[in-house]
Design a protein around this ligand. Structure first.
Ligand code: NAP
Length: 490
């Protein structure tokens, strides 16, 4: 296996000695320990799960300064963003603590017996939920706290009653080890098995593949690139016993900016959009990678405003040198596919400059290469002749985490058509603001039709994320002692 090493994202220099990558027997040991902890955790009550999740949040907060410093060195995301992300991660851990304490994982449907012949008559049916078992959790590079070792997948799986084995991301290996060490201290302090939260690390795909293939793994949760997600999804399905695989993948998040919105607020929207395109050096799964416009004077003015707003912005370094290369290659590919660059090239030593390109709607629909995510501070303007072409553009995108519609305030047939086209392809449709920023809340849906997610019925952010790790079971004519457990597995 290749060497795993912590790299300073700003300088490209190695930091510290190489870290040990997990061997096949390490991976087996982690999964076996998770499996051994599984029955105990499956029958834990909401108070126990809440206590663990709250203690994990407290541990992160107690070590905030060194953790943020380490994350900043490994990702270059900056202390403001990273402190905010740590807050969000703790909020998420506490939110799932609350949901477990409120009994969400133990919710039941009680369907008492109905006397008489079927189909009206039936026995007593008690539908409840069971934790799936050990979850393989694949961390993403661009959220070193919120989608990593103690991120949303780990929090929701633990709240559901499942142990977790994290496949740490090689982009922040030292931070992953530090956070993992904290989890082990918390588990020890609470007298819980160390195997309840395991971690494996490696610098090539072999570690993740071995993890998802392990026969004792019961589900996969993945946040990352479409290519990586699809490879692991295929592995999960090729197992002798296939398992659920919840892959939240990349997206191009179209923003449809209608002339009626641009006519009155064009300059303001251009500034907001430029900030969203370049936020975090564009390294967000919800980055607005496509902006759809209807030809006319309002759109022409908006393009000029967007060019002006983007030109002076100097994003920071990207997460890894590989991502920088992939970004620059992606822009070259867009140009090769016929997109016209609109900004002067402004690459700096450590950071890429923002990129804005444009194509026609028909061209965009005809060429799938124009619909590939370019991960970084880039956006592609798609210039359409009319509403019909806008809908064709959305349909060609097919699946996206978000779609934003600016200017559909009135109830009209045209606006209903657009809303139908947007909801058909996106997990979240915004009518104001920009798609970057994914609130952790009850109403959130972070997923969407393929290829945004491998499981479009599920979300990786928000309360409903917990349901991914539960399986319904119907207890028919159950004895009194089992009914009295009120959904707590025995
Ligand atoms: P990534 O390169 O796909 O890596 C994610 C994880 O998958 C890593 O642990 C990686 O391990 C593993 N992996 C990748 N390819 C694999 C393969 N072929 N077989 C087995 N394992 C594989 O993604 P990333 O660079 O961290 O994140 C950037 C991407 O994530 C962007 O496309 C972004 O849009 C997307 N993203 C999506 C969301 C969301 O919620 N939908 C959130 C954040 C980011 P190794 O590196 O060790 O191979």
């Amino acid at each position: 296996m290749s060497t795993l090493i912590s790299i300073d994202a700003r300088t490209g220099q190695a930091h510290g000695a190489p870290l040990p990558a997990s061997t096949p027997s390490d991976i087996d040991a982690s999964v076996c320990a998770a499996s051994a902890a599984s029955p105990l955790w499956a029958r834990s009550d909401g108070a126990a799960r809440g206590t663990l999740l709250r203690a994990l949040a407290e541990a992160l907060e107690a070590d905030r300064e060194p953790l943020v410093a380490c994350a900043d060195r490994e990702t270059a995301l900056g202390p403001v963003r990273l402190n905010g992300e740590l807050d969000r991660t703790c909020f998420q851990l506490r939110r799932f603590a609350e949901l477990a304490e409120q009994g969400l994982p133990y919710a039941q449907t009680d369907d008492p017996a109905v006397p008489g012949a079927p189909p009206v008559g039936h026995p007593a049916m008690l539908r409840q939920q069971l934790p799936l078992g050990p979850v393989a959790m694949f961390a993403a590079s661009n959220f070193p706290f919120a989608f990593s070792v103690l991120g949303g997948d780990t929090a929701s799986a633990l709240a559901a009653g499942c142990p977790v084995v994290v496949k740490a991301h090689p982009g922040h290996p030292e931070l992953s080890q530090r956070v993992f060490a904290q989890t082990q201290s918390v588990l020890a302090r609470q007298g819980l098995p160390a195997g309840l939260i395991g971690m494996v690390q490696g610098a090539d795909v072999a570690v993740g593949v071995a993890l998802i293939r392990h026969p004792l793994i019961a589900a996969g949760a993945f946040t990352g690139s479409t290519r990586g997600g699809l490879a692991l999804w295929a592995e999960a399905n090729a197992r002798p016993r296939p398992i659920p695989f919840y892959g939240e993948l990349g997206a191009i998040n179209p923003v449809v900016a209608l002339p009626q919105a641009l006519a009155t607020r064009g300059a303001e929207l251009a500034t907001t959009l430029a900030g969203s395109i370049t936020l975090g050096c564009g390294q967000f799964c919800t980055n607005p990678g496509t902006v759809v416009l209807i030809d006319g004077p309002e759109s022409d003015a908006f393009v000029q405003q967007l060019v002006q707003a983007l030109t002076p912005i100097a994003p920071h370094a990207m997460l890894t040198a590989g991502m920088r290369r992939a970004f620059e290659h992606g822009v070259v590919e867009l140009v090769a596919a016929g997109a016209q660059p609109l900004l002067p090239s402004a690459a700096q030593n450590a950071a890429p400059g923002p990129q804005l390109l444009q194509v026609g709607g028909a061209q965009f629909v005809a060429n799938p290469h124009l619909r590939e995510e370019v991960f970084g501070p880039a956006s592609l303007l798609v210039r359409c002749a009319d509403l019909t072409e806008v809908c064709a553009v959305l349909q060609a995108i097919g699946g996206s985490l978000t779609t934003t519609l600016w200017g559909v305030d009135e109830d009209s047939e045209a606006n209903r058509t657009l809303v139908r086209a947007a909801t058909a392809i996106a997990g979240r449709v915004l009518f104001a603001g920009v798609p970057t920023g994914v609130a952790v809340s009850a109403g959130q849906h972070h997923g969407g039709p393929w290829p945004a997610s491998t499981a479009p019925g599920t979300t990786s952010v928000g309360d409903a994320a917990l349901a991914r790790f539960l399986r319904p079971v119907c207890l028919q004519d159950a004895p009194g002692w089992l009914v009295a457990r009120e959904g707590l597995p025995c």
